[in-house]
Design a protein around this ligand. Structure first.
Ligand SMILES: Nc1ncnc2c1ncn2[C@@H]1O[C@H](COP(=O)(O)OP(=O)(O)OP(=O)(O)O)[C@@H](O)[C@H]1O
Ligand code: NI
Length: 353
């Protein structure tokens, strides 16, 4: 049984102009302890997918269909009170801008300790005013929770964690705040950590450090990570497997090395061709022409067809199912379930159009 299994998920937002199908017919699987990438251009639905898994899609947004299973149990059947326990418990999330998620009135140590305490089996999940929280937690500086908070700060490599724990979020640099967020998310000992563009706002060196740490932390805590980014270099650096998302749908999935060695979907190929390469920085980049379509009322069967250099009339009319692609599928020797793409022009000869 997979840790997380998303099946045929559909999340939509009614708007005055029509319904935005931000996530449509999406399947996603994450096994314990692996880092799975979700990559795609801006507006492809990555964050909405993450929010849907986390259970934080705001009204009038709604889940119109499909299922999300954690350890085999459907999350969509749960009442909100149970859902809240999972959020920040089994599933935690780190956002692009930690300032929005950290409480400016509590020290970093207090916030992590609070998370530790809430997560302890006896600790009940009650919402307290900041002042009261401070009293409770502050009076327990030598408590188990506080010690654990310091340990967590240490594990995300905050220097002098004991003294930094008493700083407020605004006293931290951007990179340190992001680390503190990761520490806080991990304090709940989640099975799954969702990171939505966790390093995009940071400079390149700090990005690299944090990504390195994520990988180490995954090993130390055996937490599975869903890493969302539009940066392929980030994916190549840390992910075990990758899902490529375009206009509300997953179009290709493969192990990371396989995806970069042998990209199959024309969108993935375009994405890779438009990304600067570390090993050949001077090579001319070829941007994908056009933009992600408006996700209201898409009329064409393959969402990528209007931008696709290989599209034929069928691509507008016949919905592409996932097909095994990649070398083993190519030889016809075996089906390679680990590498699939949703394109009519790919797959074995019989399937191709
Ligand atoms: N609350 C909302 N109401 C209406 N449309 C929304 C809402 N939230 C998201 N959308 C739409 O859903 C689509 C997917 O957005 P999403 O934020 O998931 O993209 P993304 O892949 O995360 O992009 P980025 O890389 O820029 O973060 C976009 O067209 C967006 O306009
Ligand atoms: Ni996003």
């Amino acid at each position: 049984m997979s840790l997380l299994e998303v099946q045929n998920l559909h999340t939509r937002f009614p708007t005055p102009r029509g319904t935005v199908d931000a996530v449509n017919e999406v399947d996603l699987r994450i096994e314990s302890g692996e880092i799975v990438g979700l990559v795609g251009e801006s507006g492809s639905g990555k964050s909405v997918l993450a929010d849907t898994i986390m259970g934080i899609v705001e009204e009038p947004g709604e889940i119109a269909g499909g299922d999300i299973r954690l350890h085999g149990d459907s999350l969509l059947d749960l009442p909100e009170s149970e859902r809240r326990k999972i959020r920040g418990g089994s599933i935690s999330m780190v956002f692009q801008d930690p300032m929005n998620s950290l409480n400016p009135t509590l020290t970093v140590g207090e916030q992590i300790a609070e998370m530790v305490r809430l997560h302890q089996p006896v600790g009940e999940s009650i919402r307290l005013p900041a002042e009261l929280k401070r009293k409770l937690i502050g009076s327990a500086k030598n408590s188990e929770a506080w010690r654990k908070a310091i340990e967590m700060l240490e594990s995300v490599e905050i220097p002098e964690p004991e003294s930094r724990a008493t700083d407020f979020p605004h006293e931290f640099s951007g990179g340190m705040r992001q680390r503190a967020m990761i520490a806080m998310a991990l304090a709940a000992e989640p099975d799954l950590l969702i990171c939505d563009e966790p390093t995009t706002a940071l400079d390149v060196t700090i990005q690299a450090q944090i990504l390195d740490e994520l990988r180490d932390l995954k090993d130390a805590f055996d937490t599975a990570i869903l890493l969302i980014t539009h940066d392929l270099a980030v994916v190549a650096e840390v992910c075990d497997r990758v899902n490529v998302m375009y206009a509300g749908q997953i179009v290709e999935r493969a192990e990371t090395n396989e995806l970069f060695r042998n990209p199959q979907h024309p969108y993935t190929q375009g994405l890779i061709a438009s990304t600067p390469r570390l090993d050949a920085p001077t090579e001319a980049l070829q941007p994908i022409e056009g933009n992600v379509p408006d996700l209201i009322d898409i009329q064409f069967a393959c969402h990528f067809a209007p931008r696709c250099p290989e599209a034929t009339r069928e691509c507008y009319e016949i919905k592409p199912d996932f097909r095994p692609v990649g070398e083993s599928a190519e030889n016809g020797t075996q089906t390679d379930e680990n590498h699939v793409a949703a394109c009519l022009r790919r797959g074995s000869q019989e399937e191709r159009i």
